[in-house]
Write a new protein. Structure first.
Lengths: 115, 115
């Protein structure tokens, strides 16, 4: 299985809502990533988890809260978002750098619209 | 700091023709990896090809090949026998061989294959 899955595909939320994005992989990868991507732009890294521990937080506002419950699952909890947070949110996974190159495999993304 | 530059925001090519997308980068690292990713309009980022800096031989994957010039810090992607399904945004990415999990992405080249 060489797939990263993300749910939901689309999400519309108000600025006072709380919602979560989910990402799953069964490739045995021990590093997982959240990216934000605006139209026609490259992905911007938000968070990196390595062995279920947060290893990189790119100074992301606290209204985004990541969680890695186990080695296959990555969540992104959303609360009190702003309209400018509307974007495509991509999840990726990779081998740990100690055991492999670490090229990243991306999921299809969640299209988020904040009203 | 590393940088990646894709100087062609948009390109087009006739079906069955060959096209070359350019990517240059700047780094003081001696060992690193370079990648080309494809993101079709359906949005999932797919790894097209990978090049290890310590390997002199250019990587190839079916119709996709790279011209890696380490001294010039250049990493271009050649697509042979272009197909309509090659229409996508193409991102070049750099990653050091050790340490950080972070990719440095270029700004992307939007390629349109014309029938």
């Amino acid at each position: 299985d060489t797939e990263v899955t993300q749910t939901p595909k689309h999400l519309v939320m108000g600025m006072t809502n709380k919602k979560s994005l989910k990402c799953e992989q069964h490739m045995g990868h021990r590093a997982m990533y959240w990216y934000k991507q605006k139209a026609k732009k490259p992905p911007e890294l938000m968070f990196v988890y390595s062995y279920e521990k947060l290893s990189i937080n790119e100074s992301v506002p606290s209204r985004f809260s990541p969680e890695c419950p186990n080695s296959s699952l990555l969540n992104l909890h959303l609360h009190a978002l702003q309209p400018e947070d509307s974007a495509l949110y991509l999840c990726a996974s990779s081998q740990d750098r100690r055991t492999g190159v670490g090229e990243q495999f991306f999921g299809p993304g969640t299209r988020l619209t904040v009203l | 700091a590393q940088t990646v530059t894709q100087s062609q925001p948009e390109m087009s090519v006739q079906e069955a023709e060959t096209v070359t997308l350019s990517c240059t980068y700047d780094t003081s690292e001696s060992n690193y990896y370079l990648f080309w990713y494809k993101q079709p309009p359906s949005r999932q980022m797919i790894l097209v090809i990978r090049q290890e800096a310590y390997k002199q031989q250019n990587a190839t994957e079916n119709r996709f090949s790279v011209n890696f010039q380490k001294a010039a810090k250049s990493f271009s992607l050649k697509i042979s026998d272009s197909q309509l399904g090659d229409t996508a945004m193409y991102f070049c990415a750099f990653m050091p061989a050790s340490g950080t999990y972070k990719y440095i992405f270029g700004t992307g080249t939007r390629l349109k294959v014309l029938a």
